[in-house]
Design a protein. Structure first.
Ligand SMILES: Cc1cc2nc3c(=O)[nH]c(=O)nc-3n(C[C@H](O)[C@H](O)[C@H](O)COP(=O)(O)O)c2cc1C
Length: 242
């Protein structure tokens, strides 16, 4: 009898959650549902809390492009993270919106990934780019974000930044899982909202990423859907602060 050899390629998903509130935050609330979908579909997840890392800011010395190609002069957790970042099929950047962008800790981390690229410059699609040292292509980047305010335009500058960054890092941008006033998802009964379809859509999005390498627009729309009028969001936030 002939034996069939089946090769099963498992999608490696590297996730950075940059909320300083770690597993208790609104970012974790939606991220964990999304990752359940990823794992249910067979993806292998490694979740890293950025606040656990010892990461120093980039010094801008370019030694990783001159004397020690591919290697940073600083010694901290980056030495371990560089190969993980390079070999991940998908990188998920999870961040709350902080002053219309990503958290400072996440940006500091991302700046430190330049040793993965060569200092040489090539023209790719008519744009100056530093090529990936490993020559890998086809890897993906996903943004997952929450914000406090009601409007979807609170994500605009962050989404534009991550789209540009994905080209810089030679990763295909898959899309963004976005939830405004995500704090409301932590108290559905108290404020009288129904979130079952959002929870389901988060898991669906994780599954879609692994099975199809994309998100369905209607799934992303459900995750971001209006739950409360803008005025009510403003009043509820105001009632908790001075
Ligand atoms: C320093 C800081 C800046 C913030 N800036 C914005 C902002 O520009 N727009 C917005 O809608 N929410 C903003 N927020 C609210 C957070 O995005 C929101 O509270 C989010 O749910 C926090 O996620 P976490 O619980 O995972 O940390 C800010 C919060 C902090 C602490």
């Amino acid at each position: 009898m002939k034996r069939r050899i089946v090769t099963c390629v498992v999608m490696q998903v590297l996730v950075f959650n940059s909320s300083p509130r770690r597993g208790r935050g609104a970012t974790a609330g939606i991220l964990n549902r999304f990752l359940k979908g990823v794992e249910d579909a067979g993806g292998k997840v490694e979740l890293i809390y950025v606040s656990d890392l010892d990461i120093k800011p980039c010094r801008g010395c370019f030694t990783c492009w001159t004397k020690t190609p591919g290697k940073c002069v600083q010694s901290d957790d980056m030495a371990e993270l560089l190969p993980k970042m390079d070999s991940a099929d998908v990188v998920v950047l999870a961040t709350p919106v902080y002053v219309d962008g990503m958290t400072g800790s996440l940006k500091m981390l991302l700046d430190r990934f330049i040793p993965l690229e060569s200092g040489k410059v090539e023209l790719i699609d008519g744009h100056c780019r530093h090529p990936r040292r490993s020559g890998r292509s086809g890897d993906k980047l996903v943004l997952l974000s929450v914000c406090g305010f009601a409007e979807m335009d609170n994500f605009d500058s962050l989404v534009a930044h991550v789209k540009a960054m994905s080209k810089n890092m030679h990763r295909d941008y898959v899309g963004a899982v976005l939830r405004p006033y995500a704090w409301a998802l932590g108290m559905p009964e108290r404020i009288g909202i129904e979130i079952g379809d959002i929870v389901q859509a988060l898991e669906d999005a994780g599954r879609q990423l692994v099975e199809e390498g994309r998100f369905y627009p209607e799934t992303l729309a459900t995750i971001s859907k209006e739950l409360l009028p803008q005025q009510v969001v403003a009043q509820m936030i105001s009632s908790g602060f001075r």
